[in-house]
Design a protein. Structure first.
Length: 223
């Protein structure tokens, strides 16, 4: 059985483009130890005071990765996506160094398939995922949208008129559309777990779960 990786384990981030920089910045805000690596000395200097360590190195060279201690990391993020060759070489090097958890950015399905086949444990499609999310939000009915596996999604939205002013246990609209309200937030308050006795107000926000199709149908109800 594989050893469990601590939730606060240090992270190696390779590539300081928009994706890599955003990842490193968020990890730093979570007080994680982060080593960022890039070939661009100006980017490395820019991040030197922002994260635990910043190193100029060519991660396509496995010896360079060995020298900076990449093999000691349990988690690595490959933020290089513009160069398919570099992305694949860096990921392959991390696999050879037996880094247990490798998150790699892909710019296409074929790119992602290659990364998976050579050993990346997680493949991310940031541009595609952002585009899909925006497509759901442009209607203005959904305020936020998160898609999981098997077409299951969660959205934040204002409640349709048909669910307001009655307890969720009495609401017949929800089972009709195959969705579930899992959280409710009143103005000025925090999100609360939705219960059968919860009554949704006119100015509340709701968190709703369901399939993509059912959520689209539900969000189209009169508001």
């Amino acid at each position: 059985m594989a050893e469990r990786i601590p939730h606060d384990a240090p992270v190696l981030v390779i590539g300081l483009g928009r994706f890599g920089a955003a990842t490193a910045g968020q990890l730093e805000r979570q007080d994680r130890d982060v080593l960022v690596v890039d070939t661009d000395v100006s980017l490395v200097q820019k991040w030197a005071d922002r994260v635990t360590h910043a190193v100029q190195a060519d991660a396509r060279d496995i010896d360079a990765l060995r020298q900076i201690g990449a093999a000691d990391f349990a988690i690595a993020v490959v933020g290089v996506g513009s160069s398919l060759e570099a992305s694949v070489l860096i990921t392959a090097n991390l696999v050879d160094l037996e880094v247990p958890q490798i998150w790699a950015k892909a710019v296409s399905k074929s790119h992602g398939k290659i990364l998976t086949r050579i050993g990346a444990t997680h493949v991310i499609y940031p541009e595609a995922e952002a585009g899909e999310r925006v497509a759901h939000l442009v209607s203005g009915r959904m305020l936020d949208y998160i898609e999981f596996d098997d077409e299951f999604s969660i959205v934040k939205m204002y409640p349709p008129k048909s669910v307001r002013g009655q307890s969720l246990g009495e609401c017949t609209v929800l089972p009709k559309f195959g969705v579930t309200i899992v959280g409710v937030k009143s103005p000025g308050g925090a999100f609360q777990e939705a219960r059968p006795e919860t009554v949704v107000g006119d100015h509340d926000l709701i968190i709703v779960s369901g399939t993509e199709v059912d959520l689209e149908r539900f969000s189209a109800l009169e508001s």
